[in-house]
Write a protein that binds this ligand. Sequence first.
Ligand SMILES: [Ca+2]
Ligand SMILES: [Ca+2]
Ligand SMILES: [Ca+2]
Length: 326
Amino acid sequence: MNAKKTILAACMAVGAATTAMAQPVPGDDENIPYLMTFGKESLTEWGDDNFVQIIFFSIPADQTDPIYIRVFDPDCGGENDEIRGAWNTKTRFSIYGGKESCSNKDAQKGNIKGKYKSGTQIASKVFAMDAATDNNWYTFGPINPSEDENLPEYGGRTFKLVIEGMSGDDGNMYRLFLSRKKDDNVKVDGAFAYYFKYKFRLHGDDKQVSHIYPYIDDKTISLKQSNFDWDSDGIMRVISVAKNGEMMKVSGNDEWVDSTHKVADEEKNTSWDIQMIKKKGKSLKNNNVVIFLENQYGELMPFYSVPIGGIPKYKYTIGIKPKGKK
Ligand SMILES: [Ca+2]
Ligand SMILES: [Ca+2]
Ligand SMILES: [Ca+2]
C-alpha cells in the first residue's frame, strides 16, 4: 500500500470510529482543555511560538448539506483566557477551501513566512474582548461542502481554519466543533479534524493526563517529536502495542527540544498514545505548549482528533522481544 492509500485507509477508519466523537477539537480522548493562540505582541515564553494555529477538517465526499464550524470562546477577555496587563488582543478566525487550501505545505507547517493562507477564503471574523461570545459559541457558516479542497487521501472534502493573533499580548483559549447545525453541536457523520502542529493549554490539575494520537503508517520507521515551552511540567511517554511508556524529551521555558523514537514493525498501521503527565504536587497553571511530529524523511505527520484503530494497548509479548530481532 502506498503512503496516500495508507492515509486514506486511516481516514476511513476515523470516519467509521463511533466510540469517540470526531468533531470536537480538542478531541474527547485527547483530554486537552483548550486550544491556544496568543496575540502577536506576546512573548514566546508564554507558550506560543509564532501566534498562528491551523486546524484542518475533513468531511466525506458524499456530504452535500451545509456544515458549520463553531468556536467556543473566540473572544479574548473575560472567562477562560490569559490576561497580560489589560485585555488588548485581537484574534482572527478564517476558513479556507478550494485549491491548495489544505495541501499547501506552508499551511501544514504553519509557516507564517510562506503561503499558509493558501486557497479561497470562505469566512473570516476578528474577535477582541466580546461579552456576546465570551464563554459562549460563535458559528461560522453555513459552508457549502463544494467549496472544499478535494483530497481523497485525507478522507474527502477538506477545509482549513487559520487562527491568528493579530495584535495584543494576551492568550486566547478556545475550542472547536464541526457541526451539522448552526445553533448546536451535532456531528457530521464520517467527519474528523487533523493537524500537523498543535498549540494548546495543559490542565492545571496534576491528576489529568492529556494525549495525542499520531497514526503510524507503513512507511514510518521513526518518529521525531519537537515540543516548545513545556516548562519541564512532568513527563511525556509513549504507549503503543510495543512501547510501555517510552520517555520523550520535554522542554523547559521558551525553548524547543526534540527526541527521536524508533517504530517497531508491529506498530505499523496503529496509533501511538503520546501521554502528557503533569508534575505531581505542582499543579502548574496556565501552561501553554506546542508540539509537532515528523517521520524519518522530515515530513510532518498528521495527528487526528480521534485515535485511529482505537487507543493502543501495550502487548507484553511484542514489547519483550529481544533487541535486534525483527
Ligand atoms: Ca473569554
Ligand atoms: Ca494585554
Ligand atoms: Ca477565548
